[in-house]
Design a protein around this ligand. Structure first.
Ligand code: NAD
Ligand code: LMR
Length: 333
């Protein structure tokens, strides 16, 4: 039997976690042979609710769960962790502008970055789910100068899964028959869902089977605004699909994506001309616990303008929180 690994989940009493925690505990993230210790983190006001969630986890008698601890601050909750699922964030409240939301979350992710820097395992992998995920991830990483920026990711896997699911439906194929779909940029309505490199069953090109007007005027905005569409219909933000995406992201990062292209919000190294030092979603493959950006994809003029627009948004988000960021390290420049 393997040694247990420590996984912290923030926002552990919230909606996404109510799905995510039970999947992690069942072995769906790191495999059926990997015991886990769950370190659940919440704000002090949500500790009673968290206690109830922990009771339910206990009542499932999951064989892989070797321990559960509850914490009302990240410095305790992140001690010795190998994986951080950072779901908790300040939601947008009435009258709050995007800049206010960025700033409120900057405070949370700055503290969590410091905590990871001080108390997490040195090989920790951290995934930011809480919105605005890409800029929260930047703040997190910049506050953890002793960890490498490649140890942090922002979640765009939900957008990736949506892009595959909706395209598969249009083509009448199973989403798993598609490869090469990717989402570039920010987890926001400026993201660029790109199907130009996608294949069906490893052979046929997907773009040649769809109408350009449908792709640009229907599919693209649909993926970009899918989160809002779900809020409109469900009355709540996506939860089960977000949990599945978080699980998929961490599973592939840790155990490999089997040669499949996946979208990950990662620190830009300047690939494809994207400004360095922002967390931007790129097409990647994962192997041996790390990711690599797929290089050499041909991007047409339309794609270049879409990629630029989402990059500009990320740069403006960065500018809005710049006064809260510690000085840049060599890697983040
Ligand atoms: P929720 O409101 O149900 O739960 C959030 C939980 O986080 C709450 O229990 C809250 O007490 C907790 N929390 C707030 N601040 C915290 C802190 N500093 N430390 C620890 N816990 C804290 O929300 P949810 O539906 O679970 O969504 C969580 C976040 O995920 C939101 O920001 C949402 O917008 C985002 N989200 C992202 C994606 C994505 O694709 N990246 C998809 C869906 C939702
Ligand atoms: C989603 O994409 O479903 C969420 O990011 C939407 C939201 O604002 O919580």
């Amino acid at each position: 039997m393997k040694q247990p690994v420590r996984i912290a989940v923030t926002g552990a009493a919230g909606n996404i976690s109510y799905s995510l925690l039970f999947k992690i505990a069942a072995g769906e993230m790191l495999g059926a042979d990997q015991p886990v210790i769950l370190q659940l983190v919440e704000i002090p006001q949500a500790m009673d609710k968290l206690r109830g969630v922990a009771m339910e986890l206990e009542d499932c008698a999951f064989p892989l769960v070797h321990g559960i601890s509850l914490h009302d601050n990240p410095f305790d909750g992140f001690r010795g962790i190998h994986y951080a699922m950072l779901v908790g964030a300040r939601p947008r409240s009435k009258g709050m502008e995007r800049a206010d939301l960025l700033e409120a979350n900057a405070v949370i992710f700055a503290e969590q970055g410091k905590a990871l820097n001080e108390v997490a395992n040195r090989d920790v992998k951290a995934l930011v789910v809480g919105n605005p995920a890409n800029t929260n991830c930047l703040i997190l990483s910049r506050n953890a100068p002793n960890l490498d920026p490649s140890q942090f990711c922002a979640m765009t896997r939900l957008d990736h899964n949506r892009a595959k699911g909706i395209l598969g439906n249009k083509l009448g194929v199973n989403p798993s028959d598609l490869d090469g779909v990717c989402v570039w940029g920010n987890h926001s309505p400026t993201m660029y869902p790109d199907v130009h490199h996608a294949t069906v069953l490893g052979e046929e090109s997907a773009i040649s089977q769809i109408d350009e007007k449908w792709y640009k005027e229907d599919y693209t905005p649909r993926i970009q605004k899918r989160g809002a569409e779900i809020i409109e219909w469900r009355g709540l933000s996506s939860a089960a699909s977000a949990a599945q995406a978080a699980l998929d992201h961490m599973h592939d990062w840790a155990l490999g994506s089997n040669g499949e292209v996946v979208s990950m919000g990662i620190i830009s190294d300047g690939s494809y001309g994207v400004a360095k030092g922002i967390y931007y979603s790129f097409p990647c493959v994962c192997e041996f616990g790390s990711y690599q950006i797929i290089q050499g994809l041909e991007i047409n003029e339309y794609g270049q303008s879409m990629m630029k627009k989402t990059e500009e948004e990320l740069l403006s988000e960065k500018a809005a929180v710049d006064h809260l960021l510690p000085a840049e390290t060599a890697e983040s420049r």
